[in-house]
Design a protein around this ligand. Sequence first.
Ligand code: ZN
Ligand code: ZN
Length: 309
Amino acid sequence: MGFSITILGCSSSIPTNDRNPSGQIINYHDKLYLIDCAEGTQLQLRRYLKRIQRLHAVFISHLHGDHFFGLVGLISSLHLLGRKNELHVYGPQGLEEIIRMQLSYTHTELVYNLLFHVTNPEVSELIFDGDLQVFTIPLDHRIPTHGFLFREKPELRKIRKEVVLSEKIPYTEYDSIKRGADYRMADGTVLKNESLTDSPPEPRSYAYCSDTCYTESVLPLVQGVDILYHESTFLKDLAEQAQQKFHSTAEQAATIAQKAGVKKLIIGHYSARYDDVEPFLEEAKSVFPETELSYDGLTLNIKKKHNRI
Ligand SMILES: [Zn+2]
Ligand SMILES: [Zn+2]
């Protein structure tokens, strides 16, 4: 089953010729989840993902324009294309008011249900509980901001068919065995769960941390994730400016990745002042070698892992 991330935009507040501001798509089992929706995001969605009606939910990190100015346009296009399924939008207080006001003044009566869920940037919360679980990651930025952690739901344990069949364990017991129960035979012998099942694969995970200055408060929330996207708006020679604007440098993003023991770091949200972003890679790799630069259109797949021992 697929779990991929496509970068729709990796610029900070101003778009450049080849970099759109923030937007990313998680494709999980062919359901699309959008993270942030800068101006131009729907064009990027069409360019890289094609079927935008498969959009399942939208997650907005904060109310700076480079993270949501494209949302009303996208909502309107889905309406004009005759969307039938409801659309859930998760974001901070104020987002619903802004979008509804735009729809109201443009006399847009949506043909589908648009449902908003207000998030709290102060605490980490489970905000979405489907095939994937989504948790907020409080960040340190100029206005209330949170990132998101996307994590697969842990699977049930895998039954060893040859064992349960040879022991003639009734089918009705399979469910509790999958959940970790032992099985007691008619003669009182207990078959331990480890002999009846194999461990499921480790849940895959992706963390999105933009926008934020360097803060170690995210470490426990992103510990060991498969991929961490962390903003790096500036290079370290502008660390002071980064701090003043509540943004991070490439070196700081890499330090977070290294301290959290993540498997891979993706950096982005580059300031428009930089034409060449290669120096970001060098700076980050000197701290955390498993770093990759994001660019518009980059797709990363998180492979299913082998069973735990
Ligand atoms: Zn931003
Ligand atoms: Zn911002």
